[in-house]
Ligand binder design. Structure first.
Ligand SMILES: *Cc1c(COP(=O)(O)O)cnc(C)c1O
Length: 356
């Protein structure tokens, strides 16, 4: 049976990306050697990382003076690398959920950490507004898309201090004005690649400003100088990211990804609002994520949550169970998820409504 993959991460990748990666793993570009068993210093791997970096910069229109890095350690490693490299006295954080909080907690190990605003009072179901960012903070950290709760900061905000963003789950879903940030990072396994690689976009001249000593592996400058080859980089995930970047370019770039994201999100939120069995968890439409669509059963249908999950599973829907901390349902509709995939979920919801 056809499966519709709404996994939150690792998540759906375009079929042609998976085919290209599978082939390369076994025989890399006709060399007779598999990508998995090849040196990262081999002369035919260097073009992979070079092309991935160049496409990354091209697709996001990254200005001069920024480096793109492919690292290990996940987005979670960035939670400590950011304060290690940027926090001299004080850092400011916007608390919009589990990941934002984890990032903030790591910063506390390095200096004063200010929670500028939080949406914890309402289970993180909105984006705080009208907060004041302290002008003396070394940086302000945001999580642009809250994967677990389904809220998103969909534009590039103005910050009086250097802006840092965790864009793990919305990178390449819209154009980004990179010049507004000193650093953007994310785990690639949501919208870019398989698990195992973390991307970092960093403004070169923002580095080297803290007085503490930084271990080589945790110092962005080591990785910038070595072109992401300070140690052995995750070669297969980087190759996978390259295939996705090529696919994004071929499909029309981030402007087209944004158009599709809007179309898919409109379809799904529209159905959640129309269907008497369901309600959205995020009520303010402007705070809703275009990537992770969260919903629960309407109060009269509360006891049918397991029924809907079974019904949807029988129809081929995969990964729609909400995060364990939120419950209900979450459909992640990243770039590789098609309008037809979303229509299949919408039909399933309509059928459930008719028969229950
Ligand atoms: C998934 C996720 C993370 C954690 O990523 P890891 O690569 O598992 O460390 C961090 N932030 C956000 C917004 C995420 O969605």
């Amino acid at each position: 049976m056809k499966k519709y993959n709404f996994n939150a991460g690792p998540s759906k990748l375009p079929a042609e990306v998976m085919e290209a990666v599978s082939k390369a793993c076994i025989d890399f570009e006709g060399t007779g050697i598999g990508l998995m068993e090849m040196s990262h210093r081999a002369k035919n791997f260097q073009p992979v990382i070079d092309e991935a970096t160049a496409l990354f910069k091209e697709l996001l229109n990254i200005p001069k003076g920024y480096s793109v890095l492919f690292l290990g350690g996940g987005a979670s490693m960035q939670f400590c690398m950011v304060p290690f490299n940027f926090l001299e006295k004080k850092a400011a954080y916007l608390n919009t959920g589990v990941w934002a909080k984890k990032a903030m907690n790591e910063a506390k190990l390095f200096g004063e950490t200010v929670e500028v605003a939080s949406s914890a009072d309402k289970s993180f179901n909105y984006i705080p507004k009208n907060f004041t960012i302290p002008g003396d903070a070394d940086y302000f950290h945001i999580t642009s898309n809250n994967t677990i709760y389904g809220t998103e900061i969909r534009e590039d905000i103005d910050s009086p201090v250097p802006l840092v963003a965790d864009m793990s789950s919305d990178i390449f879903s819209r154009p980004v004005d990179v010049s507004k940030y000193v650093l953007i990072y994310g785990g690639a396994q949501k919208n870019l690649s398989m698990a195992g690689v973390t991307f970092v976009i960093v403004k070169d001249d923002a580095l080297g400003k803290v007085s503490r000593r930084i271990p080589g592996m945790l110092d962005y400058r080591s990785h910038v100088q070595a072109g992401s080859m300070y140690n052995t980089p995750p070669t297969v995930p980087i190759y996978c990211a390259l295939q996705t970047l090529k696919w994004i370019k071929k499909e029309g770039g981030v402007v087209e990804m944004q158009r599709r994201a809007q179309e898919k999100a409109n379809l799904l939120y529209g159905e959640i609002e129309r269907n008497k069995c369901f309600v959205p968890t995020i009520t303010d439409a402007s705070d809703r994520s275009l990537m992770n669509v969260c919903f629960v059963m309407a109060p009269e249908y509360k006891n049918q949550e397991a029924d809907f999950l079974n019904f949807a599973t029988e129809k081929g829907m995969v990964g729609i169970k909400g995060h364990r901390s939120v419950g209900g349902f979450r459909a992640s509709i990243y770039n590789a998820v098609t309008v037809d995939d979303v229509k299949a979920l919408v039909s399933t919801m309509q059928e459930f409504e008719k028969t229950h």
